[in-house]
Design a protein. Structure first.
Length: 223
């Protein structure tokens, strides 16, 4: 297909990574664990944090569990890559790896996440144009899955975004400019992480695969 090509960034890394929180179900689950509710502002504008472009890895690369981390988590996301004229050039799979124990400690300060997030972000394997995918009303109509060591851990509905991709792009561009290659993450699809699902945290030797029709499979081993 003409609209599908390997995901390769000029210079090896994207200029920036903004990771949003577009899924109400995932956001609510995180706040419940902290004994709270979603803040009202979440419903006023899509929010995001900046991740680390230098930590981007691809399909087949290994993920090193950070020093001091015992609660390593996968996060199933879809990412948009910006092309010309600040528009979406295509979509790809994204695993926003999280050191949950480090993240929990950092965020008691009211800033972050920082070292709980910036050690690895997986992207790939393909960059797929929107017209090659079931894309309606600014949302991808896709079912995405996570497997660990070949065992299905979760099946998630990517269409359940509260904030559409049009709204995400507009927020990212507000009061600044987007560059070709900038990455915008959707945030974790509801049900797409151990924090929500429960069960054992990842350990060295685990192999995690994200998959979605049209976007392929993104596989990484924890070391």
């Amino acid at each position: 297909m003409d609209g599908v090509r390997p995901l390769i960034f000029e210079g090896g890394f994207p200029p920036s990574i903004r990771d949003f929180m577009a899924y109400e179900g995932h956001t609510a689950a995180g706040w419940r664990r902290r004994g709270g509710e979603i803040p009202p502002y979440w419903y006023e504008a899509p929010v995001f944090y900046f991740s680390n472009p230098a930590s981007v890895i691809g399909d087949g690369d290994r993920v090193r569990r950070p020093d001091g981390c015992q609660w390593l988590d996968f996060e199933l996301e879809i990412a948009a890559v910006i092309g010309g004229e600040e528009q979406i050039a295509g979509f790809t799979l994204m695993n926003d790896w999280s050191a949950r124990d480090l993240q929990a400690a950092e965020m008691t300060v009211g800033l972050g996440p920082a070292k709980g997030k910036d050690f690895a972000t997986s992207l790939g394997p393909w960059l797929v144009m929107p017209d090659e995918l079931p894309y309606e009303n600014g949302r991808l109509q896709l079912e995405a899955t996570v497997t660990v060591n070949g065992e299905l851990r979760s099946t998630c509905d990517a269409s359940q975004q509260h904030w559409s991709w049009d709204e995400i792009v507009a927020q990212a561009a507000r009061n600044t400019r987007l560059l070709p290659g900038d990455v915008l993450g959707s945030g974790t699809i509801t049900g797409g992480c151990i924090l929500e699902l429960g069960g054992d945290w990842l350990v060295p030797g685990d192999v995690v695969t994200l998959a979605a029709p049209g976007l392929g499979e993104l596989t990484n081993e924890v070391v």
